[in-house]
Design a protein around this ligand. Structure first.
Ligand code: SAM
Length: 327
């Protein structure tokens, strides 16, 4: 097996796949309200995604994360999980979800080979949840979290995007969840995409969140999780079963260790979340390209991966919204 190494010497072994740009929520930071979904014809079919992953696996990709849009709005997602988990070399298939439908599907997904889930949850207050997401579904999400834990889609990580003046007053409530309920919470800095309704909202930095937590709850003890590929740094509070993660998406350029690339729902390889360069792989798939040809396209895409993003220099990404890229 060859390995996938970009022009800066970074090994790429992790692929995030957006299976759809449709979603049953409308989070203000994820897309703008005039968002138009792509047509069904444009969306990669499961067999097509499967072929891309087969090709990626020949290059040493071992980890897959399904995302979107909301992956659970796609029909029979468990079938895709089953297909991808059976590919030689793929060690882990995981998913990022809003969990509104997870209670219904958790057990089937687990049986199909899904290893774990990250769940997006930005408020524990029903009215605030609706303000941020446009949906009245907090109870469904909490049921989804419970189902994920019961079914063993663990460790379940809860992602909270911290929005200045909107949900930052709930940081202590999420911290308490790590103490009382053993939740693993990750605070994500809000990225200012141009195509989102939250552009222009101020930043609450990871540093500021950590200072607040230290002040209210005491020392943050560094923690090294057994699983995870990510850019978060982890801590826990004394006596807490759960952990606290901080993703400095804006202030902390974690590009040096970046091991990932993305496949969009409409069949574009995207080497960097925050760079608009994309390489079409759908055309090759639809003209019947071999696995070797697809692997070559993936390899050349990896070589275009930029050294780093420029969010901290005030660069606000234009082009696709998070919902279209698959955050
Ligand atoms: N629908 C799924 C969900 O809600 O988890 C998966 C897709 S969503 C785009 C994936 C992740 O991207 C979520 O955790 C979400 O909070 C994060 N995200 C979206 N827009 C963001 C932004 N502007 N800044 C930071 N994180 C963002």
């Amino acid at each position: 097996m060859t390995s996938l190494v970009d022009s800066f010497g970074r090994s790429i072994d992790y692929m995030r796949i957006s299976v759809t740009d449709r979603c049953d929520l409308r989070c203000i930071y994820c897309a703008s309200s005039d968002f138009k979904a792509i047509t069904h014809e444009e969306v990669l079919r499961y067999e097509e995604i499967n072929r891309v992953v087969e090709a990626a696996a020949t290059l040493g990709v071992t980890k897959i994360r399904l995302t979107g849009g909301e992956p659970l709005t796609r029909l029979n997602l468990a079938e895709l999980v089953r297909m991808l988990s059976s590919i030689d070399g793929i060690e882990e298939v995981s998913m990022t979800t809003n969990a509104t439908r997870l209670a219904r599907y958790a057990s089937e997904l687990k049986q199909s080979g899904l290893k774990r889930v990250n769940i997006s949850l930005d408020s524990l207050q029903p009215a605030k949840f609706t303000q941020i997401t446009g949906g009245d579904k907090l109870a469904d999400v909490l049921a989804g979290i419970e189902a994920a834990n019961k079914t063993g889609l663990t460790p379940v990580k809860i992602n909270m995007v911290v929005l200045k003046g909107i949900n930052d007053n709930e940081i202590p409530d999420f911290v308490r969840k790590t103490i009382i309920d053993g939740w693993h919470v990750r605070f994500i800095e809000h990225m200012p995409f141009q195509n989102s309704d939250s552009r222009g909202k101020g930043l609450v930095s990871s540093e500021a969140i950590m200072t607040l937590i230290r002040h209210q709850f005491g020392e943050l003890i560094p923690h090294h999780p057994e699983v995870g590929n990510g850019p978060a740094s982890y801590y826990r509070l004394a006596g807490a079963k759960g952990t606290l993660g901080f993703i400095g998406a804006v202030t902390d350029c974690f590009c040096e260790g970046c091991n990932r690339f993305r496949l969009t729902a409409d069949g574009k390889l995207r080497p960097c979340l925050l760079d608009n360069d994309e390489i079409d792989i759908k055309a090759a798939l639809r003209r019947g390209a071999s696995i070797d040809e697809l692997a070559e396209i993936i390899q050349s895409a990896a070589m275009t991966k930029r050294e780093k993003h420029h969010l901290s220099d005030g660069n606000v990404p234009a082009g696709r919204s998070m919902r279209q890229i698959g955050g």
